[in-house]
Design a protein around this ligand. Structure first.
Ligand code: ATP
Length: 238
């Protein structure tokens, strides 16, 4: 149960040439560990998450999820792999306005063909796990920003993923609510043994990470949790 990115290079079209967004990035996140990814705007953080989520195929390098290589899989098989093993939390919760918190989660199980009664039980368990047991009946406009983000995180857990990929989950929250969401992510990573990658701008979150990777111009520089800014330029990581 892990996610392994090895020698990932990703380029985008840029006029007559190509822009290198990821340059030989290697990253190994074992189960039960939280890796934070930081770096300036444009350094490749979102691209890294998109490759890890198998939403973008890199030019070079391999992505292995729980030991399974993704190269050569059909779009259908990739979609299946994503649905079964990867939980993705985007920056904006993107909740459906007309559904209650519990129903936002049940939609995921419905897409997976599971029975409504069982999915309701699981949705309520997960809302409880993220501290929203008493908010299951509320619609998004009746929840605070922090509560909406918790629903977003619970929804990503609905299919019991082994890999959690989280993009800037606290950007719309004040410091206190942001810190609570990071605590939640740390706890879920350890309790549910997910391999978690957290992209964040906020360096105060780094203390919660088991490892930090600093992105610079598409390259990954590693440093241990709690250290100051990456000093060396050596490519990283384990
Ligand atoms: N679809 C795209 N087409 C062309 N270039 C892109 C595309 N997406 C990203 N880029 C470029 O790739 C580089 C890395 O972008 P990326 O979004 O991964 O960085 P980031 O670190 O997530 O930035 P931010 O913190 O601002 O979200 C940037 O130079 C960006 O302009």
């Amino acid at each position: 149960m892990s996610i392994d990115l090895t020698g990932i290079t990703l380029t985008y079209p840029d006029g007559d040439s190509r822009l290198t967004a990821l340059d030989e990035v290697t990253l190994h996140v074992p189960k039960g560990r939280l890796t934070a990814v930081v770096g300036p705007s444009g350094s490749g953080k979102s691209s890294l998450l998109a490759v890890a989520a198998t939403l973008i195929t890199p030019d070079h390098g391999t992505v292995r999820i729980d030991g399974t290589g993704t190269a050569g899989l059909s779009r259908r098989d990739l979609a299946e792999l994503r649905r079964r093993t990867i939980g993705i939390v985007f920056q904006q919760p993107n909740l459906l306005p007309s559904l209650t918190a519990a129903e936002q989660l049940q939609v995921m199980a419905h897409l997976d063909g599971r029975r409504p009664a069982r999915s309701r039980t699981r949705a309520l368990e997960l809302l409880d796990a993220v501290g929203l047991a008493d908010q299951a009946h509320r619609r998004p406009h009746e929840l605070s920003g922090g509560q909406r983000q918790r629903v977003n995180i619970a929804r990503a857990l609905m299919n019991d993923p082994t890999v959690l990929l989280i993009d800037e989950p606290t950007s719309a929250l004040d410091h206190e609510r942001g810190a609570a969401v990071i605590d939640l992510i740390t706890g879920l990573t350890h309790d549910r043994s997910t391999a978690t990658i957290l992209v964040t701008h906020d360096r105060t979150h780094l203390a919660a990470a088991d490892e930090t990777v600093e992105m610079r111009d598409g390259r990954a520089l590693a440093r241990a949790a709690g250290e100051g800014p990456a000093a060396g330029q050596e490519p990283v990581v384990t």
